[in-house]
Design a protein around this ligand. Structure first.
Ligand SMILES: C[S@@+](CC[C@H](N)C(=O)[O-])C[C@H]1O[C@@H](n2cnc3c(N)ncnc32)[C@H](O)[C@@H]1O
Length: 189
């Protein structure tokens, strides 16, 4: 488990916080306010691709992303929090999806092979204390294929002021376009 979550594991307040946050992440109200299918349509994910979703939470984007890649694609949904991983595993099982692999893993050290994925989704996960860009971006660069796509959807709005700039300044990704609120970057050699 990531040290950030390890340190909070025995805190009742934090566990209550994560439980409440998890419920709100998959709430009806969120579905009314945000359309995950529409947001994902800004990513260019294609059927048959291998996609990593970092910080899948309780799976708001996981299920629609699995439909986008189709039965010949593979979605790797990753989160560091066991309770969220269990929740997504149960949704994937209920839906009978066999193109999704759910991993409890620290995204700073994914354990995935280099040049393994066509696209990475960073959806509603940055900035986050346990996901410093200085470590996250090099790991995403390592696992993406040479022409791979980094797709970033930001929340809350204030973070648009600096996160997109920080991604370009890393020198690892070039900005391509913004579509349906999703910033798309191409992996640089
Ligand atoms: C704000 S939630 C967003 C969840 C989901 N993407 C959504 O939009 O509903 C951020 C997620 O990132 C996960 N996370 C944070 N740091 C992580 C890390 N180092 N590795 C993997 N997941 C992490 C958290 O556990 C949490 O589920």
């Amino acid at each position: 488990m990531h040290p950030f979550f390890e340190a909070l594991r025995d805190s009742k307040v934090m566990n209550l916080f994560f439980k409440t946050a998890g419920a709100s992440m998959e709430s009806r109200a969120r579905h009314l306010l945000m359309n995950p299918e529409k947001i994902l349509s800004g990513t260019d994910i294609k059927p048959g691709e291998t996609v990593l979703e970092v910080g899948c939470g309780t799976g708001f984007f996981t299920m629609p992303a699995a439909h986008l890649i189709g039965e010949h694609g593979q979605l790797i949904a990753m989160d560091a929090l066991p309770a969220y991983v269990e929740r997504v595993l149960s949704k994937v099982g209920d839906a009978g999806l066999n193109n999704v692999t759910v991993l409890e893993r620290d995204a700073l050290d994914t354990g995935l092979d280099s040049s393994r994925v066509d696209a990475v989704l960073l959806f509603g996960v940055i900035p986050f204390p346990a996901l410093p860009l200085g470590r996250l971006l090099p790991e995403m660069h390592r696992i993406l294929k040479p022409e791979g796509v980094l797709a970033v959807w930001l929340f809350p709005p204030l973070v648009h002021l600096w996160v997109p700039k920080a991604i370009v300044q890393s020198g690892l990704f070039a900005f391509v376009m913004k579509q349906n609120g999703v910033y798309k970057y191409r992996r640089l050699a």
